[in-house]
Structures are given as C-alpha cells and as structure tokens.
Design a protein around this ligand. Structure first.
Ligand SMILES: [Zn+2]
Ligand SMILES: [Zn+2]
Length: 331
C-alpha cells in the first residue's frame, strides 16, 4: 500500500505525534511506499498560524523556526529513509508546497532546487484564497468568501487560479487535496445558482444541492485547464482520505473532479492519508477503496517508487492487484 502525503508533530505545529512513531506505524501496517512531505516553511508573517505565533511574541523568531524545523525534518527523514526496516517500507522524501501567494510559489521553486539532493518530489497544495487559510477554521473560510464578494463562483475561480500558478511554476508530481475549499463549505449556505452569490432571494438554493464544478462553465474550464497542465508534465492527483477523517462524505477530490481527472489527466490517481498523527496512518483507507473501486471504477492506481538512481518513479498497478493487496486483510 501507499501514502504520498504525511506530516508529524515534530515539524509542524498542528501535527500530533513524533515522526518516529508515525513512520513506525507505517512499517507496522506494511506500507510499501510512505512519503514524508512536511510543509515547506512560510516566509511572510501574515501567513503564520495562531499556534505558531503563540510561543513567541516575535514573528521573525516564529518564521525562523519554520525554516529551521524544515531543515531538521529533511535530516530526520533522510535518516529514516536510510534505515532498513522489517516491512521494507520505502520512505520517499517530499515537501508539501504552500501555494499561499506568488511570493511563496517563487520561494518554493528556490527551496526545492536548493535541496534537490534530498527532496524527491512535491505535493502541490493551495491552502489560501485571497491570503486567508480556507482549511484552518470556519471563521477563516468565511473571511476568504467575504473577500471574494461573498460569491462561491468567485471563490472557486480564485482558488483554481492560484492552483494554476502553483502547478505551472512548480510542476508538482502530486497535486494535493484538489478541492480543499469544500472542507468548511456550509451545506445549507444559500446562493444564487446563476451567479454563485450568497443570497436569500426566493430563487436561491442551498449550495449542497448543486454540483459546484458543473454549475458554472468558468469553474469547470478552470479545473480542466489545470488538469491539462498536470497531464502535460506527467503529474498525478492524490485521493486524500483526510476529508473522510474530517467527516466529509467523499475524499479530496470529490467525484465530479475525479471524472474530469479521468478525462483530462488519464485517471492518474495516487492514494494519500495526509496523516498528522499515528491513528491517522492509513486512516479511512477501506472507505477510499470502496470509492476507488465502486464509485470511480478506476482501472489502475498509480504510486511512487524510489528509483535506484535516486529519481522517483511513477508506477501503476491494475485495480485487481490493488484490491488483492495483503494490506487490506490487516486493517
Ligand atoms: Zn495540505
Ligand atoms: Zn498535508
């Protein structure tokens, strides 16, 4: 089995358990590939999270800590990768891109290049819309919607435009949680279905009754545009079970995006747990299996494998082989 995206409490403030414990659990569960992809450091204090600021009154100190933690992560991950283990779990070292804004996208390019001997691939993620985090809490999500004129269509376009900048600049091998904006989307929020504006007019409808991707041509075209870029450089889209762990009905991305991935990105999906703690290693994988086999009816699953020359390789396996993996009987 595989996971292409994970964190730990050692190197990110919102993580819970040490990297050693998380990797020990991945070995215990018999993962074949487990990718360690700590967040890249953010370089502007306006993107610090409250838990990163609370330990110091000095934002420069907080930013420096992000940088030094990241270097410590790369060293620690290298050590774990080099150690033999009883399951022959292969650890691949990556980083999760913080596509906060153009400054961070440019910085990510520099950083990855600087550490190209250690960082084997990137998970390309966007966590912000108009400079505000959309996956931290409801208040932030609401603020970011307000900055998009309280219009869902505009919010989605803003998200996908930033994702486009990130993927065209960085060509991340794996695109992270493609539809992250849905995490705090209130299902009962009423919008005008024609424009996407939040509205209490009689013809407004709860947002959960609409297919957000298909509702507006502009949004669908943005998704297709982004997926075509990902396809052009051989990138992969992760099915990320963190959404299931957070009680959403589908993983990231949902079925409507996945159908477009099939059409415009050759259905190249990899699986990720996005674990931040030991109990999150392989979390909701059985639900993900059902989603992959029954809902999406994929013919293949893709995964990364460490190459002998240090270059990570993209591999695929037929779905029957994926379904019969010994991992499932151990769950
Ligand atoms: Zn993320
Ligand atoms: Zn993550």
């Amino acid at each position: 089995m595989h996971s292409h995206h994970s964190h730990s409490g050692d190197y990110v403030a919102h993580g819970a358990d040490p990297l050693e414990d998380i990797t020990a659990r991945a070995i215990e569960m018999g993962f074949a590939t487990y990718c360690l992809t700590e967040h890249m450091p953010r370089i502007n204090s306006k993107f610090l999270y409250p838990e990163e600021e609370e330990k110091t009154t000095d934002q420069t100190v907080a930013l420096k800590k992000l940088s030094s933690d990241f270097l410590a992560f790369l060293n620690h991950a290298s050590l774990i990768k080099s150690r033999p283990n009883p399951s022959n779990t292969r650890f691949i070292i990556g980083t999760e891109i913080e596509g906060c804004d153009e400054e961070h996208i440019a910085y990510a390019k520099k950083l990855v290049d600087q550490h190209k001997d250690t960082i084997e691939f990137c998970v390309g993620s966007v966590h912000h819309v108009r400079g505000v985090p959309i996956d931290f809490d409801q208040e932030g999500w609401n603020r970011s919607l307000a900055l998009c004129d309280n219009n869902i269509q505009k919010m989605l376009l803003s998200y996908f435009d930033l994702q486009y900048k990130m993927i065209t600049t960085l060509k991340p091998l794996v695109v992270g949680h493609f539809d992250l904006y849905k995490l705090y989307l209130p299902p009962e929020l009423k919008i005008d279905p024609r424009t996407g504006a939040v509205s209490n007019d009689p013809d407004s409808v709860p947002v959960s009754t609409l297919s957000l991707i298909d509702q507006w041509d502009s949004v669908k075209e943005s998704v297709v545009r982004n997926l075509q870029v990902v396809r052009s450089y051989g990138g992969l889209v992760e099915i990320n079970t963190a959404a299931l762990r957070k009680k959403l009905p589908e993983p990231y991305p949902g079925k409507e995006v996945c159908e477009l991935v099939k059409l415009h990105c050759d259905g190249k999906f990899v699986l990720s747990d996005d674990a931040h703690a030991v109990p999150q290693v392989g979390v909701c994988y059985r639900q993900a299996l059902k989603y992959i086999v029954e809902t999406l009816q994929l013919s293949h699953m893709y995964y990364l494998q460490s190459g002998t020359n240090g270059v990570v390789q993209v591999k695929s396996m037929p779905i029957e082989q994926f379904k019969s993996n010994a991992f499932w009987s151990g769950l």
